[in-house]
Design a binder for this molecule. Structure first.
Ligand code: BMA
Length: 312
């Protein structure tokens, strides 16, 4: 039997609601980064009212995490963000860009729809909200860890009734104003990602370009199935896609991925590349628990280049 591209950690799930010191219903869809030799995870949790907050957990080895006593980010109750975070904050991604604080992008839900919010932190203790950086309805923003031609680059995913939900690139001189947007990747009909796709983990470097692990959704008679795929973006021009693996790299298989708050879901917001040529990929299982697995970066590149489906 062919070995799996992503090797699941034997002790998954790595973080569950039982390990969180305050009352939550789920632990999932976490952004993860290495900060001062430690792994920091910013995970989403549903409260019992069905709305989400963001918690923090830390780990020395990237596998064994312990959650902080208090949440890291809860919906703002005053100031300009309050109106847009009323229904919760979700699916935070972390971008480490040299010379900057960590950039945090998350989905802010409200009666006006879902928008992308940007916050920053230097130390994962204090967090400062910066701006709402999209109109409704847009979510799943990942910022590339390097600027290009003096501009920040991000992938995001607007909603649309006309076209299947697709991945766009856009650029900004100051992190606040974004434009030059273009669709770069779409679902493919009669394919595992045919219903919708969206950015997943913050892109990371490989020898051949940026690797971006995204999610793709397939609608079945028994509901939607969320899987992970991988795309290779040009290093100098991240809006250009060099290849997208035809095959998914991960699908719901473990019991805690198949059954949970939302069944049949693996969803990523974070991956940490390591010096030994592997990457730790973190995903939420069934919107309920956090899991991790490792992959060889070179294998992901090969999948993008050797059995590539067209980006459109
Ligand atoms: C998407 C988002 C994700 C979630 C997924 C599966 O639309 O809400 O946060 O993991 O659905 O429920």
């Amino acid at each position: 039997m062919k070995t799996a591209v992503v090797n699941r950690y034997a002790k998954n799930p790595i973080l569950t609601k039982e390990q969180v010191p305050y009352k939550v219903e789920t632990v999932h869809n976490a952004g993860v980064v290495k900060h001062q030799g430690k792994y920091v995870m910013l995970f989403r949790s549903h409260l019992q009212n069905g709305r989400s907050i963001i918690g923090l957990a830390e780990s020395a080895d990237g596998f064994s995490f312990s959650a902080s006593k208090d949440p890291f980010l809860v919906p703002a109750t005053e100031g300009p963000f309050a109106e847009y975070e009323e229904f919760g904050v979700e699916d935070l991604r972390i971008c480490a860009l040299q010379g900057e604080d960590y950039l945090l992008t998350y989905s802010a839900y409200s009666r006006h729809g879902v928008r992308i919010a940007l916050a920053r932190t230097a130390d994962f203790r204090q967090v400062e909200r910066v701006a709402m950086i999209s109109q409704p309805d847009m979510r799943n923003a990942v910022i590339f860890p390097e600027k290009r031609n003096g501009r920040y680059v991000r992938l995001d995913r607007p909603h649309s009734e006309i076209s299947p939900w697709s991945i766009c690139v856009s650029y900004s001189p100051d992190l606040i104003h974004w434009g030059d947007s273009r669709v770069v990747m779409k679902p493919v009909s009669y394919h595992w990602d045919e219903m919708k796709i969206g950015p997943g983990a913050t892109p990371f470097r490989s020898d051949a370009g940026w690797l971006h692990i995204y999610h793709g959704v397939f609608e079945t008679m028994a509901g939607a199935v969320y899987r992970l795929g991988v795309a290779l973006h040009d290093f100098d021009d991240p809006g250009k896609i060099l290849g997208v693996s035809d095959d998914w790299i991960l699908q719901p298989e473990d019991p805690w991925e198949i059954t949970g708050y939302v069944s049949n879901v693996v969803f990523t917001c974070g991956a940490v590349p390591e010096e030994d040529g592997t990457v730790k990929i973190y995903w939420g299982g069934a919107d309920t628990v956090m899991c991790v697995g490792t992959a060889k970066i070179a294998d992901l590149v090969t999948m993008c280049l050797e059995r590539s489906r067209p980006p459109f």
